[in-house]
Design a protein around this ligand. Structure first.
Ligand SMILES: *Cc1c(COP(=O)(O)O)cnc(C)c1O
Length: 316
């Protein structure tokens, strides 16, 4: 390496100490999070040309691993990528990540990026797709205090990227609408954000789906959203609880008139929203349907039908 490059001051080099504990599998090797790096030419980074999924581990068990892996494989196929590992190998890697990290509770992300073409061509068919995955400590969308009282959420003027442009059922990193929406929310003194479809219907927020409960019936937006595994879970739990629930159009007006609103995400399950644009939802307290769905959701984390024990023998 020329001296002129070696002696450059380390401007803009992130501090490695800010990385969480955890383990990453990348390019066929396991490494700590601070050592996990992707080449800057990867289109996953340069163009958000990537798909991913997140499954969580709770008390040593994956929650709905099959559903997450199936969605991930469908997303990879939807973007016309080829995952460089088979499904069984993918699952073995996910187990091994958690085992190596020694986590009982974890947030496990799997990613497939377009990679880059060896000839630097602009033709995506020539790109070699890259797979990596990592396990880091479990994280929540809302803090314990927010979960107890419910979130104060802003409804952004920014519409969610149209489903005609980018298929929202392929989990993706096109988040600039969501991130700029978060800034709008913070500027307005709120804690999180919901985006509309630009035509009066609500869609979703950064990493979560939405449910409104009115007169005992639950509705979650049908269009322009990721089909969240927690959203599907909440629909199934509502059925088990005898609460009529369906995916359908949900207007901003109907949302504001709801008795209860809650969000759903792998990063914390169902969580109450008790204020919208500063106004209380219903009586301004987390509601009974939200409480029942949340309790049953966490109960299911011990149910072998919905969980898979982590194979802690895969420590490498
Ligand atoms: C991941 C995500 C969700 C929630 O999906 P889950 O499978 O329940 O975690 C909702 N919306 C977007 C945009 C997401 O990325």
């Amino acid at each position: 390496m020329p001296d002129s490059l070696q002696t450059q001051p380390e401007v803009g080099v992130p501090d490695d100490t800010v990385f969480p504990p955890g383990v990453c599998y990348i390019d066929g090797r396991y490494t700590t999070m601070d050592q996990a790096k992707i080449p800057v030419l990867d289109w996953g980074f340069l163009r958000s040309d990537a798909t991913y999924d997140v499954v969580h581990v709770w008390q040593g068990r994956f929650f709905r691993l099959d559903a997450h892996v199936e969605r991930f494989l469908a997303s990879v196929a939807g973007l016309r990528m080829t995952l460089p590992v088979e499904r069984a190998e993918l699952e073995r890697i996910l187990h091994s990540l958690v085992a190596r990290a020694g986590f009982q509770d974890a947030y496990v992300e799997m990613v497939c990026t377009r990679g880059h073409s060896p000839s630097f061509s602009r033709d995506p068919r020539q790109a070699r797709n890259r797979f990596f995955a990592f396990a880091i400590p479990f994280g929540w969308i809302a803090s314990e205090e927010q979960r107890a009282r419910g979130l104060d959420v802003h409804i952004a003027e920014i519409p969610r990227i149209s489903p005609e442009s980018v298929d929202p059922t392929v989990k993706n990193y096109h988040w600039l609408d969501l991130v700029m929406g978060l800034y709008q929310a913070y500027d307005a003194g709120r804690e999180n954000v919901l985006l509309t479809d630009g035509g009066g219907l609500v869609t979703e927020g950064p990493g979560f789906n939405l449910f409104a409960v009115k007169d005992g019936r639950a509705t979650t937006p049908a269009r322009g959203v990721l089909h969240g595994i927690t959203r599907r879970t909440a629909l199934e739990l509502c059925a088990e609880l005898g609460v009529p629930a369906e995916a359908g159009p949900l207007s901003v007006e109907a949302l504001k008139q709801a008795d209860e609103v809650f969000l759903t995400s792998t990063a914390g399950g169902p969580m109450p929203i008790t204020r919208l644009d500063g106004e209380p939802v219903g009586d301004g307290k987390p509601g009974p349907v939200t409480a029942k769905v949340t309790a049953l959701y966490w109960d299911k984390h011990r149910d072998p039908a919905w969980t898979t024990a982590v194979d802690y023998s895969l420590k490498g």
